[in-house]
Design a protein. Structure first.
Length: 389
């Protein structure tokens, strides 16, 4: 089977790229190892959520993805309050002051995944969705790449897109080196109903035991993300529901009153990953295969969707270039994305190190930094406008 492009990885970023190119006239195949799961029919909430920026929402809307989600499960964020570890210093971001309708939307992972795949299924006549299937090898040639599947099938393509996550098999097959270090932290996630209304405000605390965030969901629910040490994460997950609610309520200074657990805690390890090259001949990396950052800024998924937006733009505006794997065409993508990726890598990694340092003098300096920044609207608005893009 011959294709112009084969996307390896059908998560949100890889599937969004295929959806964005559904009317491109290209022959595209999507390989995904896990069979897509239907949305549950009960009223349960997914503990993994995304903070989608307005810019990303606009892109998903253009691809007919946003409209397919249940509007009752979408929660706009109008304000964000960030506190230092002294519980006094803080910085407040406001959609109104920034001049936008909202700072972000909180949406469940499974809702967004289902919407993307619904778009793909509606255009199945123009796409080859190979799912479930696993890749066995990639053989690189000057004029094409050959992908061998475990079931014996072979695909020939001008361009391979690696969208298969932070431990990307595709990246390994291409021999692209990465710089990585584990944060030795776990992101503990859980959902709660709250005694007090959240008023569409996202809260975040840079604590000495990690970064705690409470993100608003509909009907006085919140999603917790507590990035903390492995030992503390184990303690949190071993607590009873009542004890965990009390611990989180105390850590959040009862800003939302008493909490009631509606989704048990789960955890995932946090790692920093810097990729030396986003491209190689016949290959492009996007999403977590191209970068891995700390979740404290909530920008991981938006960074991946910006990869998709730029790659889509370059492909759709390539003119008479018929070879999708042309190295100079791919260089345009790498040059366009390097600065944005590096900036977020530096900021998130630097903030994690800054706020994870127990030095009391450094603690006073970082808390003072929050207060100073809070009193300079221009600086705050510049920070927000970059995050909203």
């Amino acid at each position: 089977m011959k294709f112009d492009m084969v996307v390896i990885g059908g998560g949100l970023v890889g599937a969004s790229l295929v959806a964005a190119l559904k009317n491109s006239g290209l022959r595209i195949a999507l390989i995904e190892s896990h069979e897509s799961s239907p949305l549950p029919t009960d009223e349960s909430w997914d503990s993994r959520v995304y903070a989608i920026s307005p810019g990303s929402a606009d892109f998903l809307r253009d691809q007919e993805i946003w409209q397919r989600m249940d509007a009752s499960r979408l929660t706009p964020v109008y304000d964000m309050s960030v506190f230092g570890d002294d519980h006094c210093s803080h910085i407040h971001f406001s959609a109104y002051e920034t001049g936008v309708a909202e700072l972000a939307y909180i949406i469940e992972n499974r809702q967004l995944q289902a919407a993307v795949w619904a778009v793909l299924q509606s255009h199945k006549a123009h796409l080859d969705i190979i799912c479930p299937a696993r890749c066995a090898a990639i053989i690189w040639h000057d004029t094409h790449a050959e992908i061998q599947l475990e079931d014996g099938r072979k695909l020939e393509t001008a361009l391979v897109i690696g969208a298969d996550g932070i431990n990307s098999w595709t990246r390994q097959q291409a021999g692209i080196e990465v710089s990585r270090h584990p944060y030795q932290q776990i992101g503990v996630v859980a959902n709660y109903s709250t005694e007090l209304p959240h008023r569409n405000i996202a809260h975040q605390w840079f604590r000495r035991d990690g970064v705690l965030a409470l993100l608003p969901l509909t009907d006085n629910r919140v999603s917790m993300v507590w990035s903390t040490s492995e030992a503390h994460a184990t303690q949190l997950r071993e607590l009873s529901a009542e004890a965990l609610c009390l611990r989180v309520a105390e850590a959040s200074s009862y800003v939302l009153g008493k909490l009631h657990l509606i989704k048990p805690p789960a955890g995932f390890p946090l790692n920093f990953v810097h990729v030396d090259h986003l491209i190689k001949p016949r290959l492009v990396l996007i999403g977590d295969a191209a970068h891995g950052i700390h979740p404290l800024a909530g920008q991981g998924i938006n960074l991946g969707l910006r990869d998709v937006r730029k790659l889509t733009e370059i492909i759709m505006e390539r003119g008479l270039q018929a070879d999708m794997g042309d190295f100079m065409l791919l260089r345009r993508y790498e040059c366009a994305r390097k600065e944005d990726i590096l900036a977020l890598e530096v900021v998130t990694d630097g903030l994690q190190k800054l706020f994870n340092n127990p030095n009391p003098t450094l603690a006073r300096i970082r808390n003072l930094g929050l207060e100073i920044t809070n009193h300079f609207p221009f600086i705050k608005n510049q920070l927000m406008r970059h995050a909203l893009s």
